[in-house]
Ligand binder design. Structure first.
Ligand code: PLP
Length: 377
């Protein structure tokens, strides 16, 4: 049996189990405990944030972020269209309405001039959105400065979904730390994982305190159980925070390994006709969380889907680039500003196996399979 090569799998270091053991030894098997506090502090150090709250998922972190900003029923929230659904679904949890915005070709992330343009138009109509949510896709930061400038013109809070871009840089700082609130994910497929988990960061300590309050059922200060607001059960487990502490220690190694995957793929496949790799913007370092490329079918001899299916035959898991949210049936009623670039990247884009634990042999199996498809044409 051929060993399957998966897209992105967990990759533990040496310390995670020791931290988990410590949680067991001290009986902190709860959504409270010393690993949570330490994980938040260590995470802040790594990304350069002032305050952080550890929660059960990146999606939960986004839900809290939007709630903290005050998004309510009927509010419009601008959102990148080329992303995973979890960037936008929390908008709808609060009854808000996403308005999607197209990408640019150099970053694959939200197009800053398009954002500025549409905010200017909306300002004239007196119809500004309640918030802007941007994603930093596949390990690459969006072009944050002009995005922030556009938001600041109209004092619209910026939320950064950095779920896929922990370890990346934008002008030597971490994406996720520029807006009012940033969020990260530690799902099993991310660059580091706690099996499931997320983090909310902000420079505003009161926002993070409020996040912790809302994440633990919004219990008022009283000896009895009293609630003046509806909260959630979103706090991360102390056991999982232990895994997170171990993973943080190997984050830089994981970034290096994923960047190496990309380089090996690019060296071997970059010259094939019709193949183009996701560019790395010159403002920072992409982690290459996933190695993504686009395939021009006429030049290459096969389209994205044909390549994906041929790889699947070889037990190699590749995935199409995210289907833009404005094309999702569930968002059929939502407005989208532009969209042609995101649609094109979806149509031609493929993500190759990218785990930090892939061997050189694994990478060459993928390379040989892609090359074989081209040769057959
Ligand atoms: C994974 C992911 C999320 C959600 O994180 P979870 O921890 O899985 O809830 C949000 N946004 C993007 C872009 C993601 O890739």
């Amino acid at each position: 049996m051929t060993k399957p090569i998966l897209l992105s799998t967990p990759h533990m270091g040496d310390r995670e189990l020791k931290f988990v053991q410590e949680a067991f030894d001290t009986n902190w098997i709860a959504p409270v405990g010393p690993h949570i506090d330490a994980f938040e502090q260590e995470f802040c150090k790594i990304v350069g944030a002032s305050h952080a709250a550890a929660v059960t998922s990146g999606t939960a972190a986004l839900h809290l972020a939007l709630r903290l900003i005050g998004v309510e029923s009927g509010d419009e929230v601008f959102c990148s269209t080329l992303t995973f659904i979890a960037t936008a679904s929390p908008i709808t949890y609060l009854g808000g309405k996403p308005v999607f915005v197209d990408s640019d070709r150099t970053t694959w992330n939200i197009n800053p001039s398009l954002l500025q343009e549409v905010l200017d138009q909306r300002a004239k109509l007196g119809k500004l959105p309640k918030a802007v949510v941007i994603v930093h896709l596949y390990g690459q930061s969006a072009d944050i400065d002009p995005i922030l400038a556009a938001c600041n013109t109209y004092e619209i809070p910026l939320i950064e979904d950095a779920a896929e871009s922990l370890g990346a840089t934008y002008k030597n700082r971490s994406p996720g730390t520029f807006g009012k609130i940033g969020i990260y994910s530690f799902n099993g497929n991310k660059i580091i994982t706690t099996s499931g988990g997320g983090m909310l960061v902000s420079e505003d300590e009161s926002l993070i305190q409020k996040a912790r309050f809302l994440a633990t059922q919004a219990r008022d200060r009283a000896p009895h159980y009293q609630h003046s607001e509806i909260g959630y059960n979103y706090r991360l487990s102390n056991v999982l925070a232990g895994i997170g502490r171990g993973q943080l220690q190997v984050l830089e190694q994981r970034v290096q390994a994923r960047r190496r995957n990309f380089e090996v793929y690019q060296q071997a496949l970059g010259n094939l006709p019709g193949i183009e790799f996701m560019p790395e913007a010159n403002f920072g370092r992409a982690t290459r969380w996933l190695t993504c490329l686009t395939i021009e079918p006429d030049a290459f001899g096969a389209d994205r889907e044909k390549v994906r299916l041929a790889l699947a035959e070889e037990q190699i898991e590749a995935r199409p680039v995210w289907k833009p949210l404005h094309l999702q049936p569930v968002f059929a009623e939502c407005e989208c500003i532009g969209g042609a670039i995101a649609e094109d990247l979806f149509k031609r884009g493929l993500c190759l196996p990218s785990g930090s634990n892939l061997t050189t042999e694994d990478l060459h199996r993928v390379i040989d399979a892609v090359t074989a498809i081209h040769r057959k044409q």
